[in-house]
Design a protein around this ligand. Structure first.
Ligand SMILES: [Fe+2]
Ligand SMILES: [Fe+2]
Length: 304
């Protein structure tokens, strides 16, 4: 399938799966019990992560322009077109997730239903679109891979949170978001496969960028990312009291996707991927804020 056919296909699937956001007015919020309110009160950083889709779109364009300035050929720049067209679809969907979570969080913490009306657009733009200035962890190839692999974590998190909550309409709303995230995995996989097959150059660049693409969540661009990881870790469901079970689930899926994209050229075993994640989680445990640094290990500088 060509990149444009993939784009048309996933654009149409998005249209077909669009759920009613009800103008982000959810009349059932007043019915939420204490358990559901407690869970929603932990989702502010996830809301921030959804809105950081705006930073993703902006930074991706910037990284592509940097490649152009650095001399990438016209043909290879053009190969990125379907990926960039899909960014406009996915940005809107992530914005819907942010508005949904933000409206729920605002109601649970203030009792008010005017979340979007009370937001200041200038503050919103600074917080969610330009937040990446301090957190440029990626090049163009590791960034797009980060977007793909992060959707696996997003899907698992929403799946587990949707299972945990009680109210049927809250369950349904979180289920809609989970389905969007699962579709994003499929779309990014297909679009990246088309890109890698278009030119051996892209394949080599992607292989060179794989470690960071696999490990660094794209939502690390926003300020509260690490606070969110530490706060939401307990929301993943662990079967058989195995605390590593969610990590195993995630690494299994990452391994499946990476094998599918890179075939025999995939340098990592499932165990390698799991060890990389464990190592990373240990290093960032308890971290609240971080920014990019040339000197810091992994370029992640922890800040107070
Ligand atoms: Fe999302
Ligand atoms: Fe997503």
């Amino acid at each position: 399938m060509s990149g444009l056919e993939t784009l048309a296909r996933f654009g149409c699937v998005s249209d077909e799966c669009r759920w009613a956001a009800d103008r982000y007015q959810f009349p059932w919020v007043s019915e939420l019990d204490a358990h559901d309110r407690e869970i929603i009160s932990l989702l502010d950083c996830l809301r921030d992560g959804e809105f950081s889709g705006l930073a993703s779109a902006t930074q991706l364009y910037e990284l592509l322009l940097q490649e152009k300035e650095a001399g990438m050929s016209q043909d290879r720049l053009a190969d990125w077109t379907p990926v960039f067209s899909y960014v406009s679809i996915i940005s809107y969907e992530e914005l819907r997730h942010g508005f949904t979570l933000g409206s729920l969080y605002h109601y649970v913490t203030t009792g008010k239903t005017d979340y979007i009306a009370q937001m200041n657009p200038r503050e919103f733009g600074k917080k969610y679109m330009w937040c990446y200035d301090d957190r440029r962890y990626w090049d163009l190839y590791s960034y797009i891979l980060a977007h793909l692999f992060s959707e696996i974590i997003n899907t698992e998190l929403y799946r587990d949170v949707a299972i945990r909550v009680h109210h049927p309409q809250l369950k349904e709303a979180l289920g809609f978001i989970r389905n969007d995230e699962a579709r994003h995995i499929a779309a990014w996989s297909a679009l990246i496969r088309d890109l890698l097959q278009a030119d051996e150059y892209h394949m080599e660049r992607a292989l060179g960028a794989l470690e960071r693409g696999l490990l660094y969540h794209n939502a690390m661009v926003h300020e509260t990312y690490f606070e969110g990881v530490n706060k939401m870790m307990p929301l993943f469901l662990s079967e058989r009291n195995d605390r590593l079970e969610p990590l195993k689930r995630i690494t299994q899926q990452k391994y499946r996707v990476i094998s599918d994209l890179f075939g025999e050229r995939n340098p990592y075993s499932e165990k390698d991927i799991q060890d990389m994640h464990l190592n990373y989680l240990m290093k960032t445990s308890g971290v609240q804020r971080a920014r990019y640094s040339e000197e810091a290990p992994g370029n992640i500088e922890v800040i107070a």
